[in-house]
Design a protein around this ligand. Sequence first.
Ligand code: NAI
Ligand code: MG
Length: 348
Amino acid sequence: MLVALLPGDGIGPEVIAEAVRVLDAAGVSDLSYETAPVGGAAYKAEGHPLPEATLALARRADALLFGAVGDPDCDRLERRLRPEQAILGLRAALGLFANLRPAKLFPELADASALRPEVASAIDMVIVRELNGDVYFGEKGMRTTPGGLRQGYDVMSYDESEVARIARVGFETARARRGKLTSVDKANVLETSQLWRDVVTEIAAEYPDVALSHLYVDNAAMQLVRNPGQFDVIVTGNLFGDILSDQASMCAGSIGMLPSAALDGAGKGLYEPIHGSAPDIAGQAKANPLATILSAAMMLRYSLGKPDDADRIEAAVAAALAAGARSPDLGGSMTTTEMGDAVIRALR
Ligand code: NAI
Ligand code: MG
């Protein structure tokens, strides 16, 4: 199976290198890699953040392992040439509509959470966020009111097929975990959310083994801080998911720990740490590679049909932390490579 490696900018290449070393050390069978430039690195080499050859590799590959894009040198480029356009272009070209963000607190890191350790240690959830619709993609513009005031508007809309396909990802994800799905909306005031709630409830008939509940988004934000241990899988729209997934990530400790996936619903996915290119620490061997290593484990589980290898890598990350592996973001002084070494040692 072919994995496209897209290291990108800043700390992207540093953390991707460690993930590949861990995959090699885990002896995952039948994997081959091809690397292509993306983001600012691709702009500098080829004049575009998502070159044709990179896109062709992305289409051909079974899965994509992505570092991060973003380069201060490119800040003044016109929007279509900016590094961040690469990730948007890949999502659109590959139809990656489902964003999965697990948030799990490793018990050794309970002190790093924004929450009290006894509340934080219960966090083990996945947020499934719809990525291709909602208010980000509706009609938008600026106009002038009859009274002469400037007015901005962004239309929020979902059709029932869009809700149904993300709902199925939510149910499937819950079925593979603890069987609890919480659908988050604002059905008390939004038509979009009323449709969302109706469609999710209809799809629930296909998943009698999953326990479905509904929460309003304001209550969900409160519950995430009050008692995050109650959640298994949350499914929600693009806007609410953007906000709630960042909130959940801070509850679970360092940004350097959290993986993510963007899936097309047919087996292909782009896997990346939730963090960016971290220009402030790039080239200093300070980046924590665990988010990317955990993203590689998700890739094995969700795209490559190797859940046992995924389990082994996740267990090795936990064992490395238990043995004291700490990069600077976790309060330690290990380099990026030493963190990779610690995981590889734990694999053996
Ligand atoms: P960032 O996530 O790159 O960095 C935020 C802070 O967290 C920084 O202090 C950084 O040093 C630290 N940090 C991030 N990852 C870390 C790791 N693995 N280990 C240790 N510390 C880590 O976010 P920021 O600074 O807002 O954005 C920097 C660039 O990254 C921008 O150009 C932004 O557009 C881009 N970006 C790209 C993303 C992607 O490729 N999917 C996602 C988020 C931001
Ligand atoms: Mg965000």
